[in-house]
Design a protein around this ligand. Structure first.
Ligand code: BG6
Length: 520
């Protein structure tokens, strides 16, 4: 079947849109607003919601950071919305929206700053009619999370105040906490304890931007919104699963952060584990937050401790990416010249439950790989009998296992590889693809994933956010690996050149079981 033929009858307009829910009037307070995330992702996402008519009319955005940026903040955010959000300067909604952006300078450990912030928010409530509803977004470096949470608690800002518009509406206060949530199991538990002292669990939205990606949410629709796939989604039909999160970029000037993180903490504990849970979970009893989260946690808890021999770490040396020479990790700014930090991690794991027992899951994530691609590959078993061979036993050579590739990014879509008869007098078989492309079916989108998550948090819907149990379950899996790695320093770093597919040991991880990473 020609590429993309399968999708030609699909169109975005064929779907019946759900009636949209508009959040209550509210103030979005972003701590760490001078950072990259706010300008590149959060404000463009908020503006996309505004363009789509999904924000309340009465909304205010307050950026909070240490630097005195009062005059430059709103224009800078406007610039971010234009360049990062693909928005025209002439867009009629832009100027009024930018008019709703304010800035408050303070140190995160300064009590007086919280008093002043509280006064500012109350005065906005009065002027803008935001009625005490607050969304505190913690986009700071993780070391400030607990200070901010504790000060908000101590200043009575974590509990809803009465609505000032004279109505009997019950205002809400919620907090979104960015990753990394802790750096191991113990610190994640400690942070959870601190946050839970100040906020109730239903006020807390631990964000993982991967869950905002349409392609990630679509894994659940693909599995549970279709009648045919779930029947073969198990150990009887699936040989193995691969999850790749490859990036061609390096650490982008984030040396001090990355030195304390590494690939396992930065990407595997959160983004990759989320992908894995969506692929492996049982159908939830409903699409309610608690039901979805419960099934995810069951998957993580069913993963057996990962043996050191089933882990591979790598660090990039100098090399060539996209035709350009690039430096090695140890030469990056503010990175130790003998750094032991991994920029690549590969794991083999098994999920010990009735659906998955005996099916290996191979995971790899790394920086400075040949290209940016996040993909889930489900490889099915070969048919039990190879019927189509000629008298010399040939002809069956073309039979390859069916492969379902779920392309998370950047070429979003899903492909199913299957065998087809090559036209001609003999029964020769070749591999062909059925392909679904998001861009072709639904058009290109400028959304960055934060839109959905910001909207859900404003609506109080935690389905796509991590729960305390989930964060601790994934850290429980990663922490022994991290400790093991710490206790056995690597001698061969750097062990892959920038622009290659990672260390040879990662290939050996699959080769020892007669498998190969899928070429991406
Ligand atoms: C972030 C990591 O969480 O995810 C970054 O800190 C990484 O190191 C990024 O580059 C990848 O996100 P995306 O959406 O580009 O795949």
């Amino acid at each position: 079947m020609p590429k993309n033929q399968a999708n030609t009858s699909l169109s975005a307009t064929s779907a019946t849109p759900q009636p949209e829910r508009i959040p209550d009037a509210c103030i979005v307070v972003i701590f760490g607003a001078s950072g990259d995330l706010t300008k590149r992702k959060l404000l463009p996402a908020l503006y996309h919601l505004e363009q789509a008519g999904l924000l309340p009319e009465k909304i205010s955005v307050v950026g909070v950071a240490r630097r005195p940026l009062q005059d430059s903040f709103a224009p800078d955010m406007k610039e971010g919305i234009i360049s990062g959000g693909g928005v025209e300067e002439s867009d009629p909604k832009l100027a009024p929206f930018v008019g709703k952006i304010q800035y408050h300078a303070m140190n995160f450990d300064d009590a007086a700053g919280y008093d002043a912030l509280n006064k500012l928010l109350t005065s906005i409530d009065k002027k803008a009619g935001t009625c005490g509803n607050r969304l505190f977004y913690l986009a700071t470096a993780p070391e400030y999370f607990s200070d901010i949470i504790n000060y908000l608690g101590a200043h009575g800002m974590a509990k809803p105040a009465d609505c000032t518009d004279g109505s009997d509406k019950k205002p809400w206060v919620r907090t979104i906490i960015e990753k990394p949530f802790g750096h191991d199991l113990e610190s994640a538990k400690a942070l959870n304890d601190e946050v839970n002292k100040v906020f109730d669990e239903d006020q807390i939205f631990r964000i993982d931007h991967y869950l905002g990606k349409e392609t990630v949410q679509n894994i659940l629709v693909f599995r549970f919104g279709n009648g045919i796939f779930e029947n073969v989604w198990n150990r009887n039909y699936i040989d193995h699963v691969e999850i790749t999160a490859a990036e061609s970029i390096g650490i982008e000037g984030r040396g001090p952060f990355y030195e304390t993180a590494g690939a396992l903490r930065d990407v595997v504990q959160n983004h990759v584990m989320e992908l894995l849970s969506f692929v492996a979970m049982e159908p939830p009893v409903s699409f309610e937050a608690s039901a979805v989260r419960a099934e995810k946690v069951k998957v993580w808890k069913a993963i057996q401790p990962i043996h050191p021999a089933d882990t591979v770490r790598g660090q990039y040396g100098p090399g060539t990416v996209d035709g350009k020479a690039v430096i090695g990790y140890r030469q990056e700014d503010r990175v130790h010249p003998r750094s032991q930090t991994e920029t690549y991690a590969a794991l083999r794991l098994e999920i010990e439950n009735w659906r998955w027992a005996g099916v290996p899951f191979y995971i790899r994530a790394g920086k400075r790989l040949p290209k940016r691609v996040t993909e889930i590959t489900i490889q099915f078993k070969l048919p039990p009998l190879l019927l189509f061979k000629d008298q010399q036993g040939k002809g069956a050579e073309g039979i390859k296992p069916n492969v379902l590739s779920i392309r998370i990014q950047p070429d979003e879509g899903i492909t199913l590889r299957f065998g087809a008869k090559i036209p001609g007098p003999s029964m020769n078989i070749g591999s062909v693809n059925m392909d679904f492309s998001y861009a072709e079916a639904f058009g290109k989108s400028s959304a960055n994933g934060y839109e959905r998550l910001l909207l859900d948090a404003m609506l109080g819907d935690g389905t796509l956010f991590a729960h305390r149990d989930g964060v601790e379950a994934t850290w429980a899996l990663m922490t022994p690996i991290l400790e093991g790695w710490k206790n056995t320093p690597v001698k061969d770093f750097p062990n892959y050149a920038a622009g290659t597919w990672g260390p040879a040991a990662a290939d050996a991880l699959l080769e020892s079981e007669g498998r190969k990473w899928r070429k991406l």
